[in-house]
Design a protein around this ligand. Structure first.
Ligand code: NAD
Ligand code: DAU
Length: 367
């Protein structure tokens, strides 16, 4: 198969590239990515006969049409998006441009490709979406199902909801063969350190405050990123065109518990590897202290969703989806990855990253 992967230089897209190359080494992958602040060429392999990187924008319909035709694409896997809720609250317009207009241009390019007869039999447009489109749950509410009404609460969630509706409509109206997955919070390698888990890890290692929004009891359903990639693969290979599948980890945890676990894992790693104290002398674990003391409660995110939870029964039943990683094993792997890949995360924390941290958390938070 030949796959066109939009947003492949981002967190989940790059993990998907590594995953797919491992399980389907004969397939050819073309990544289209604009390399925004969240996209990193260093998260991807070097080019070879089965891997091509194209620096470009999903809103460039002509470019997308050319890539589909030139590479005889059989699967368009659409990951590209503006993805950070806090940034969507500061600057919503970029989110509407990329997530809505960008998806529209891809759909139109794919529709033309199929209508021209150039697309191979079984062509698929797979849209990667989020559980945030369903809104927020109360403590006793049942988990989100595919039939849960949409109730997006942030500009990010609203833009993703709009993109889901476009994908659905292009199937219903034009017969475009689409599938959609709505997934819960991912974590793992190549995660940009603006999101909760990598931000906390980097701050723990530098001995900086750990900014917890509100009371820290907001609940997310955490999923190791490779398990998400498996779910997407299932939808691409076994999903029915026009269908939606929820993907989740069955790992509902409040934010403070996640931070507690990260601190414990870091203390264990420092105890087992004395060189870490030399590499990260500002980390409280370097002299045996618990980094949890760095927790600082900060002003809550406006409109902060209280709880997300996913019912992934349909994906289990119809796609054979089953997460392999437990939260304990996934977090341990993630902590190790960040300790072993300091070069990656140092390189992505450039000037624009420092500006974001300073403007969002206050000047003292950046260094
Ligand atoms: P990310 O922000 O890490 O990566 C997004 C990528 O898209 C970057 O490489 C960026 O350069 C690229 N991009 C942005 N605008 C573009 C444009 N106009 N043209 C081409 N490329 C562009 O995001 P992520 O966390 O990897 O999320 C990937 C997808 O998965 C998104 O659609 C997101 O909504 C969805 N999702 C994310 C999570 C999560 O926990 N991170 C969970 C569920 C769903
Ligand atoms: O649910 C899927 C979504 O998960 C994806 O669609 C989004 O792209 C992805 O960013 C993520 O959204 P969240 O808003 O849940 O993730 P984030 O890492 O920003 O925050 C997780 C929780 O941690 C949330 O309750 C807010 C809180 N938080 C976050 C940051 C960055 C803090 O308390 N402090 C922080 O500094």
């Amino acid at each position: 198969m030949n796959l066109l992967i939009t947003g492949g230089a981002g967190f989940i897209g790059s993990n998907f590239v590594h995953y797919w190359r491992e399980v389907h080494p004969a397939d050819r992958l073309v990544v289209l990515d604009a390399l925004t602040y969240a996209g990193n060429r260093s998260s991807l392999p070097q080019e070879d006969a089965n891997f091509l990187f194209v620096h470009g924008d999903i809103r460039d319909r002509a470019l997308v049409g050319k890539l589909l035709n030139d590479h005889h694409i059989s699967v368009l896997a659409h990951f590209a998006a503006e993805s950070h809720v806090d940034r969507s609250i500061h600057s919503p317009e970029t989110f509407l441009d990329t997530n809505i207009t960008g998806t529209l241009r891809l759909l139109e390019a794919a529709r033309e490709y199929v209508a021209s007869g150039a697309a191979p039999e079984g062509f698929r447009f797979h849209h990667v979406s989020t559980d945030e489109v369903y809104g927020s749950l109360g403590p006793e509410d049942p988990a989100f199902e595919e039939t849960t009404p949409y109730a997006p609460n942030s500009p990010y969630a609203a833009s993703k909801a709009a993109s889901d509706h476009l994908v659905r409509a292009w199937h219903h109206t034009y017969g475009l063969p689409v599938t959609i997955t709505n997934c819960s919070n991912n974590y793992g390698p190549y995660h940009f350190p603006e999101k909760l888990i990598p931000l906390m890890l980097v701050n723990i290692l530098h001995g900086r405050p750990l900014p917890v929004y509100g009371d820290g009891m907001n609940v997310r359903d955490w999923l190791y990123v490779t398990d998400h990639c498996r779910g997407i693969e299932g939808a691409i290979r076994h999903g029915t065109p026009g269908e939606v599948y929820n993907i989740g980890g069955n790992n509902e945890r409040p934010n403070k518990e996640i931070i507690r676990t990260l601190c414990t894992l870091i203390v264990e790693e420092f105890a087992a590897h004395p060189d870490l104290a030399r590499r990260f002398p500002a980390c409280p674990a370097a002299d045996g202290r618990d980094p949890f003391g760095l927790v600082t409660h900060v002003t809550d995110r406006p409109g902060h969703d209280r709880r997300y939870a996913i019912n992934a029964e349909k994906a289990r039943r119809e796609l054979g989806y089953e997460p392999k990683e437990s939260l304990a094993s996934g977090l341990k792997k993630t902590v190790r990855w960040y300790l072993e890949n300091e070069t990656w995360w140092k390189a992505v924390m450039d000037g624009s990253y420092q500006n974001w941290i300073a403007s969002h958390y206050g000047d003292g938070a950046a260094s």
